[in-house]
Design a protein around this ligand. Structure first.
Ligand SMILES: [Zn+2]
Length: 380
């Protein structure tokens, strides 16, 4: 998603990107308006697109700012022709609070709320400054009536996103409500099933009304949204399963207990000799029963090549993090990425009992996800 988008700038420290497919929409509106009327009309058409996407940006900023205020930073906002996506940075989120569902409802509701407030506010402004303009004249969204369009674009965005069709905001509220009693995976599963029913309905209604000439484009639009919703729900469910594995698995379940260690007094050649006999890429360096550093096979090789034989002590990394064996995979991942490490020694009451490496985490993640899926299927 990110690779096909270009950065527009930052608002409140949050990166706003626009997806390349969005420009098709601009060209489409421009050519449709310019063909029928004149350049002024085309500019008004672009202004209308600007209103819709300004409203989408404000909607997404609502999510992003409330998320940040609740301890979940946002990586950025991507604008698509069908709306926006706020990408939250789960890896750097504060640990889940006791009532995580309340936080999730706040984040989900913030977007539509921004639009409903904007709709109400601009309706008031319109009524007081331009009393001769009818709020309900057709078409509601019209480049000849930009102020009225602000009202309806926001009303539409607010209400449509509140549909309980996961992964839309209403569906996220529903999932948060489910998660009061169910675990996150089960709650997501239930919300996704409801979301699928909605998306199939949208596709069917879209097909029906697209057969009539006057509602053809509404039909195509509805079909496209239904399709994206269906695929989006599927993707989100998978990432929730991944996230829950991260949260619930303890390091002692996945750590390597059979591993090689080096001594700071080993020469680099000795160390490399040991490294040949294991699949490990990273080694804890141990003096007596104390952890004193970590070193990678790569580092050993580079040091040997550039400076000739020396001691492990001189090339090892003394800055490292240790984890307790009861810690979760999520916390290990956070520690690895915070310091750009590739190994974490696992300790139990000061004793080195195992190691986790990036390589070994990736392997065990895939295995765990698979075994859970099999177990769940066996249960159902
Ligand atoms: Zn939203």
């Amino acid at each position: 998603m990110r690779s096909w988008s270009i950065p527009l700038g930052r608002l409140f420290g949050i990166e706003i990107r626009v997806h390349l497919t969005f420009f098709f929409l601009l060209v489409f509106v421009w050519s449709a308006e310019a063909a029928t009327q004149n350049a002024t009309a085309a500019l008004r058409g672009l202004a209308l697109v600007g209103i819709v996407f300004g409203s989408v940006v404000l909607h997404e900023l609502g999510h992003a700012l409330v998320a940040r205020g609740s301890g979940v930073p946002a990586k950025g906002i991507i604008l698509l022709p069908i709306g926006g996506i706020t990408i939250l940075d789960e890896a750097h989120a504060a640990p889940d609070p006791v009532n995580a569902w309340k936080r999730d409802i706040r984040i989900a509701a913030a977007g539509p709320l921004v639009n409903l407030v904007l709709a109400g506010f601009s309706a008031l402004v319109l009524a007081s400054t331009m009393p001769h303009v009818s709020l309900t004249a057709k078409p509601l969204l019209y480049s000849g009536a930009l102020m009225r369009s602000i009202v309806w674009a926001n009303l539409y965005l607010g209400l449509f996103n509140l549909l309980p069709a996961y992964p839309m905001d209403g569906g996220r509220v529903l999932r948060a409500l489910f998660s009061r009693r169910d675990d996150m995976v089960r709650a997501t599963h239930r919300a996704v099933r409801i979301g699928h029913v909605f998306s199939i309905l949208m596709i069917m209604v879209g097909m029906l009304i697209s057969s009539r000439a006057e509602t053809r484009w509404d039909g195509y639009w509805l079909m496209m949204i239904g399709f994206f919703l269906f695929a989006g729900a599927q993707l989100e469910e998978r990432s929730t399963v991944f996230h829950s594995v991260l949260q619930s698995v303890r390091l002692e379940e996945v750590m390597l207990t059979d591993f090689a260690t080096l001594s700071p007094a080993d020469t680099l050649e000795d160390a490399l000799e040991k490294a040949v006999h294991t699949l490990q890429d990273d080694f804890p360096v141990v003096r007596g029963s104390d952890m004193v550093g970590v070193v990678s096979r790569q580092k050993l090789l580079e040091a040997l090549r550039s400076e000739g034989n020396g001691y492990v002590q001189a090339v090892m990394n003394r800055i490292f993090d240790v984890a307790a064996k009861q810690e979760s995979l999520a916390s290990a991942f956070r520690k690895l990425s915070a310091r750009n490490l590739s190994i974490i020694p696992v300790v139990d009451e000061q004793h080195l009992v195992g190691i986790v490496t990036l390589q070994n985490l990736m392997h065990s993640m895939a295995l765990l996800a698979e075994s859970r899926k099999l177990r769940r299927e066996a249960l159902e």
